[in-house]
Design a protein around this ligand. Structure first.
Ligand code: ADP
Ligand code: 5GP
Length: 208
């Protein structure tokens, strides 16, 4: 069954202001999920916001991490019920969608959330919650390195080709983001990302 809110928030993490929604974008394989894991283990009180998807689970993944995996029927039912801020069919035509009730709940109740999204989804989110979004674009050190990372992660050539086809589209949106970060040395990039998030979370003028 699909949960009503995708995150189990702990009351002690609630801030005395509305919640922020941090979004990481960048070409598939650049390291968004790797950076997210690193950042989430180093910061307290910020929650990973899983998207819903119909794509198959990869080894090492499980329900809610990094997605809420649903059937095509469940996903289409959620579309009908207006449960998505945005949804897209990406790569091999799988559905990916951002769960609107979870975001509304987090913002209203003062919880900070973070997720990754493709550039078009992020643009939709920025339009819907302009005051509550911090957008961060992750770029690869080079296209060769991006291709290496995709090959190391997945052996399915068709999957890799589909992801490489979207690189130009993703990169064209980089300047619309609040921050851009090159993911070269993982430790350094994770440190910089944590610093950005901490600064934004503590910004006085954005409190209620
Ligand atoms: P995304 O979430 O952007 O699709 P992943 O986080 O799945 O990308 O990373 C893709 C692959 O690249 C993974 O195998 C990951 O271990 C590797 N990777 C991520 N960041 C780095 C880095 N800075 N240097 C080398 N490899 C990396
Ligand atoms: P995958 O995880 O299958 O390698 O990559 C999926 C792609 O879809 C990535 O570019 C990721 O950023 C994007 N994505 C993940 N969740 C969502 C979502 O809810 N909405 C949109 N529009 N894109 C998503």
């Amino acid at each position: 069954m699909v949960p009503e809110v995708f995150i189990n928030f702990r009351p002690e993490d609630r801030r005395d202001r509305e919640g922020y929604f941090f979004i990481l974008s960048g070409p598939s394989g650049v390291g968004k999920n790797t950076l997210l894991s690193s950042v989430l283990s180093g910061l307290s009180g910020i929650y990973y916001m899983p998207s819903a998807t119909t794509r198959a689970m990869r080894p090492g993944e499980n329900q809610m991490h990094p997605y809420v995996f649903v059937s095509i029927e469940e996903f289409e039912d959620m579309i009908e019920r207006g449960q998505f801020l945005e949804w897209k069919r990406i790569h091999t035509n799988d559905y990916y969608g951002t769960h609107l009730p979870s975001i509304q709940y987090a913002i209203k109740h003062g919880y900070d959330i973070i997720t990754d999204m493709d550039v078009l989804g992020c643009a939709d989110a920025m339009a819907a919650f302009p005051q509550h979004i911090c957008s961060i674009f992750i770029t690869p050190p080079s296209l060769d390195e991006l291709s290496n990372r995709l090959h190391n992660r997945d052996t399915d050539t068709r999957n890799i080709e589909k992801r490489l086809e979207r690189v130009e589209l993703e990169m064209a949106h980089k300047d619309k983001y609040d921050f851009a970060l090159v993911n070269d040395n993982l430790e350094q990039s994770a440190w910089e990302l944590r610093r950005i998030i901490e600064q934004v979370r503590n910004r006085v003028e954005l409190t209620r």
